[in-house]
Design a protein around this ligand. Structure first.
Ligand code: ADP
Ligand code: MG
Length: 429
C-alpha cells in the first residue's frame, strides 16, 4: 500500500551562547479541538515562523516538536512505529535535515552514549540525551532476544522467558507503547536472527566506508527492486546494542569534519548508518519437512550535511568547493523530493544525478517507511535558514512510498511449493 513519508519538525532549545536571543518559531497544534495553545514547549502539528513577514509563515507537518521535547518523547512518538515495522520485515529510514547546528546529530545519536545506557534505565541527564539510533538498537536487540527466547523455549509456555528475567535483573523498563512480540511457544518452531551494520559517509560524490580500514576497496551502488544496495561496503555482524554502538563509534571517529565559521565541529558530509536485520523462522510440519521463512529488513539512519548556503559560512577555496559538492547532493535530493511530491507519476525523477539520492532511492518513493526530521534553530538570527528548511520539508510531505514486507523470495517459493504439495497430497488421501 502506498503511504506518505512522515515529516516531523524539531525546533531545538536555545543554546547557552544564544542566551537572550528572540525566538522566531512557535510550535502549536492547528487542530481546533486541541486545547494546546501556541507554545514552543509542546508536541503539535504546526509551526509558525517569523521572517520578513508580519503575519508569519505557517506550515503543518505530521508532528512538530518544541524546544523542551525530550529525546525519549520524540523517539516514542515517531521512531518506535518505524522500529516495530522493521521487526515485521519492512525497511525504514530516518532522515535528519537542517542547517549546521540545528540538532541533526543530537537527534540521531545524541552526545556520547555511555555503556550504562544499555545496562540500566537510571534517569541521568546523560541518558536522557541519548539519540534515536542507540535507543532503537537497544529496543531492537531486546525484542529480537525476547522473540528468540519465547519461540525457542521448550519449557512451560506460561513461564517467564530468559529475556523477562534479564529485564528484571538489569531493570530495563520498556516504554508502554513498545510492541511486545507475540510469538507462541511452539516446540516445532525455531527463531534465529542476525544483525549487521553498514556505515557510509558521503563526502561530495565520494563514498567512504567508515567500517573498513582498507582505502582501496570500491563501493558500487546497485539498484534493486524499489531500493538500492551498496555493493562492496563492509557489513559487520553485531550481537548486542552495545557492540553495535562500539562499532558505529569507531566509524564516527573516521568521519571527516572541518571547521567553518558556522560551527567549529561542522559536519560537512552525509552519514548513512544502516542496521540490517535478518530473521529466520524454521518450522517443522507434521510430515517432518522443514519450512524456512527468512525476513530481511533494514533501518537507515541518515544524518545529512548542513543545508546552509555557502555564503553564510564565509567558505573560500577548498571549503567552498566542498560546500558546493556537498550541497549538490542536497540540491538533487531537493529536486527528487519536488519531482516525487508533485503527484505527477510521469515526472522524471533525477535519482541518478547524485550518489546521495541513489543511496536513498528506497527511502524516497521506494520500498521504505520513511521519516524526515527537519531540525531548526529557534533563534531569529537563523530565521532565513530555518524558513528554507521548513519549505524543503513541506515539499517532502507528498511523497508516497510503497513499503512491503521483505521475505526472501527463495523461501517464499519453497514454502509456496510445500503448501501446494501438502494440498495436492491431501486431495489424494
Ligand atoms: P547539527 O548536527 O545539525 O550540526 P548538532 O546536533 O551538533 O547540530 O547540535 C548543535 C548543538 O546543539 C550541540 O551542542 C547539541 O548538543 C545542541 N542541541 C541540539 N539539539 C538539542 C536539543 N534538542 N536539546 C539540547 N541540545 C541540543
Ligand atoms: Mg552534525
Amino acid at each position: 500500500m502506498a503511504t506518505n513519508i512522515q515529516v516531523a519538525v524539531r525546533v531545538r532549545p536555545f543554546l547557552p551562547f544564544e542566551a537572550g536571543s528572540k525566538s522566531c518559531i512557535d510550535v502549536f497544534s492547528s487542530s481546533p479541538t486541541s486545547s494546546s495553545s501556541s507554545s514552543s514547549s509542546h508536541i503539535g502539528n504546526a509551526v509558525k515562523i517569523h521572517h520578513h513577514n508580519k503575519e508569519g509563515h505557517t506550515f503543518t507537518f505530521d508532528k512538530c516538536f518544541g524546544g523542551s521535547v525530550s529525546q525519549v518523547e520524540l523517539y516514542e512518538s515517531v521512531v518506535v512505529p518505524l522500529l516495530n515495522s522493521c521487526l515485521e520485515g519492512y525497511n525504514a529510514t530516518t532522515l535528519a535535515y537542517g542547517q549546521t547546528g540545528a540538532g541533526k546529530t543530537y537527534t540521531t545519536l545524541g552526545p556520547a552514549t555511555s555503556p550504562d545506557f544499555f545496562k540500566n534505565q537510571k534517569h541521568t541527564p546523560e541518558h536522557d540525551a541519548v539519540g534515536i539510533l542507540p535507543r532503537a538498537l537497544r529496543d531492537l536487540f531486546h525484542d529480537l532476544e525476547q522473540k528468540r527466547n519465547s519461540t525457542n523455549s521448550n519449557s512451560n509456555p506460561a513461564s517467564e522467558t530468559e529475556s523477562d528475567i534479564l529485564d528484571e535483573t538489569i531493570n530495563i523498563s520498556k516504554s508502554p507503547i513498545r510492541q511486545q512480540s507475540s510469538s507462541t511457544n511452539n516446540n516445532n518452531t525455531r527463531f534465529e536472527y542476525q544483525v549487521k551494520l553498514q556505515f557510509l559517509e558521503l563526502y561530495g560524490e565520494e563514498i567512504r566506508d567508515l567500517l573498513s580500514t582498507s582505502t582501496t576497496q570500491k563501493i558500487v551502488i546497485r539498484d534493486s527492486a524499489g531500493d538500492s544496495e551498496a555493493i562492496g561496503a563492509t557489513e559487520v555482524p553485531v550481537s548486542s546494542a552495545q557492540e553495535a554502538m562500539v562499532c558505529l563509534t569507531r566509524g564516527m571517529l573516521r568521519r571527516v569534519t572541518g571547521a567553518t565559521a558556522m560551527n567549529a565541529e561542522s559536519s560537512r558530509s552525509h552519514a548513512i548508518m544502516c542496521v540490517m536485520i535478518e530473521q529466520i523462522t524454521r518450522s517443522e510440519g507434521e510430515d517432518g519437512e522443514e519450512a524456512v521463512v527468512v525476513q530481511r529488513s533494514k533501518f537507515n539512519f541518515v544524518d545529512l550535511a548542513g543545508c546552509e548556503r555557502a555564503k553564510r559560512t564565509h567558505a573560500k577555496g577548498q571549503r567552498l568547493k566542498e560546500g558546493i559538492n556537498i550541497n549538490k547532493g542536497l540540491l538533487v535530493l531537493g529536486n527528487v523530493i519536488s519531482a516525487l511530491g508533485s503527484g505527477d507519476k510521469s515526472k522524471f525523477v533525477p535519482f541518478r544525478d547524485s550518489k546521495l539520492t541513489r543511496l536513498l532511492r528506497g527511502s524516497l518513493g521506494g520500498n521504505h517507511k520513511t521519516l524526515m526530521i527537519a531540525c531548526a534553530s529557534p533563534s531569529h538570527k537563523n530565521a532565513e535558514e530555518s524558513l528554507n528548511c521548513l519549505r524543503y520539508a513541506n515539499r517532502a510531505k507528498n511523497i508516497q512510498n510503497m513499503a512491503t514486507v521483505n521475505v526472501d523470495p527463495h523461501s517464499k517459493l519453497v514454502n509456496a511449493l510445500r503448501d501446494q504439495v501438502e494440498a495436492l497430497a491431501g486431495e489424494l488421501l
